[in-house]
Unconditional design. Structure first.
Length: 174
């Protein structure tokens, strides 16, 4: 009987981990989707200097490791990894594959582009001395920054939405 009780604890812990993963991935996806459909189109109307300053100020909040943001962002990664580990012994093959695909899509389609493309662009902007740059330099920097940042953000958003939908489908099946 104690074996069954231990198994139930592990199953419940897995379910809680999967629920947490779904919630945190949805919050991250909502943030990046909000940037794609509201924030970036809104600040796109600014002059080059205003646009770069606005984005720089928003990014500074993240760069200073805002605790709630970091908890959600890093928590989404850790909970997804924990879900995969725990899911191996708690899901049928089909559901485990669904979890692996959703997790892979989230980690490789949301987190990897963030690390590879968006963060380096953000860091370049943080190093830019906007106040002491002339308008032509700011215009060139904006061209180099805005389009690639938006492109990768749309990719992250789409991958995040699909991954969250798959995680929700998995929750409905178990």
């Amino acid at each position: 009987k104690s074996t069954r009780g231990g198994r139930l604890v592990i199953e419940n812990f897995f379910l809680l981990t999967l629920i947490l993963s779904t919630l945190l991935c949805a919050l991250v996806t909502g943030l990046i989707l909000g940037f794609a459909i509201v924030v970036m189109p809104g600040i796109a109307k600014f002059s080059d200097k205003e646009f770069l300053l606005a984005f720089k100020h928003m990014d500074e909040v993240i760069q200073r490791n805002q605790p709630i943001f970091m908890l959600i962002w890093v928590g989404s990664i850790l909970s997804v990894i924990a879900s995969i580990i725990l899911g191996k012994n708690n899901l049928s093959n089909y559901n485990f594959y669904l979890l692996c695909i959703a997790s892979g899509l989230y980690l490789l389609g949301v987190q990897a582009p963030t690390i590879r493309f968006n963060i380096p662009l953000n860091n370049e902007l943080q190093r830019l001395d906007i106040s002491n740059s002339d308008e032509s330099a700011l215009a060139l920097f904006r061209i180099k920054f805005e389009s690639p940042w938006n492109r990768w953000n749309v990719i992250r958003s789409l991958n995040g939405v699909i991954a969250v939908c798959m995680l929700q489908l998995l929750l409905l099946q178990i």
